[in-house]
Design a protein around this ligand. Structure first.
Ligand code: FPP
Length: 259
């Protein structure tokens, strides 16, 4: 880390609250590659460098959980060649990055229907998860074969079975119980969701969990999204007035004011 980066981090930490959980829709790899006259996989490969940089920057600035939307349920519908290249890239990245994650005291986890992933991928993931399981500085959660609707569906199925067996009464199903049955049960809801490449949509990501997340959308394609812009996103988050559907509390008056 350069002196300038260290100063920028300190500035952010003094400026306000660092989001506990940042989630990222990494988009624009294909367009980034195409604009350079290269095949799409070239963009995914460049995207791995951003994954590394953003993971390190988040850990250094004090983010506790970083969730990356690496492969959606819908991505299975991409051309076979691209899907297998992405799976290969995931295996290679896990092989080359796990030591670094471990050295940086970062714990790896996943959400999603990982049983759909090829066995080689699952094996590498299981190894990396196990290897880093005791780490405590930050959690890096990869959303793989994930979609918000899949997550809600599997929670509903689980709860339906439990009600059928009489383990839970329908009246007992509240927000907390539902959150507890989602694949993200061990994660707090994201404070900040970043989406690169300028699209204004959620693309089936963390639909339940995003209820009160702040959004940061940038035109930058994922392979160009680096720590400088992450700092900018955190600054933007610090300027937001999070009301969670309630009213703002004026710090001077200590009384709610309706705005
Ligand atoms: C979206 O860009 C990106 C993906 C579907 C995959 C993201 C994967 C990586 C960054 C590499 C591997 C990840 C890890 C965690 C090692 P797009 O293909 O939809 O781009 P486009 O919208 O321009 O077509």
């Amino acid at each position: 880390m350069s002196t300038e980066e260290r100063e920028q981090q300190r500035y952010l930490q003094d400026r306000g609250e660092i989001p506990t959980h940042i989630a990222v829709i990494m988009d624009g790899n294909g367009r980034w590659a195409k604009s350079r006259g290269n095949p799409r996989i070239f963009g995914h490969k460049a995207g791995v460098d951003s994954v590394r940089d953003i993971t390190e920057a988040c850990a250094e600035v004090g983010v506790r959980h970083l969730t990356l939307y690496a492969f959606s349920t819908e991505n299975w519908g991409r051309p076979k060649g691209e899907v297998s290249a992405l799976m290969k890239l995931l295996v290679q990245s896990l092989r080359s990055e796990t030591n670094k994650l471990h050295e940086n005291n970062i714990r790896l986890s996943t959400i999603g229907d990982i049983y759909r992933l090829p066995p080689s991928c699952r094996k590498e993931l299981e190894y990396a998860i196990e290897r880093t399981s005791e780490n405590s500085r930050m959690e890096l959660c990869l959303a793989l074969s994930y979609s918000g609707r899949w997550d809600i569906r599997q929670a509903v199925k689980m709860l339906a079975e439990k009600t059928q067996k009489g383990e839970i009464a329908p009246d007992e199903i509240d927000d907390e119980v539902i959150s507890h049955h989602l694949s993200t049960s061990a994660l707090p809801d994201p404070d900040l969701i970043i989406r690169t490449s300028g699209e204004f949509r959620m693309s089936n990501f963390l639909l339940w969990q995003a209820a009160y997340s702040e959004l940061y959308i940038t035109e930058t394609f994922w392979p160009d999204f680096r720590r400088k812009e992450l700092y900018h996103a955190i600054e933007s988050y610090q300027d937001r007035d999070r009301r969670f559907g309630k009213v703002a509390v004026s710090k001077a008056q200590k009384e709610p004011t309706i705005i």
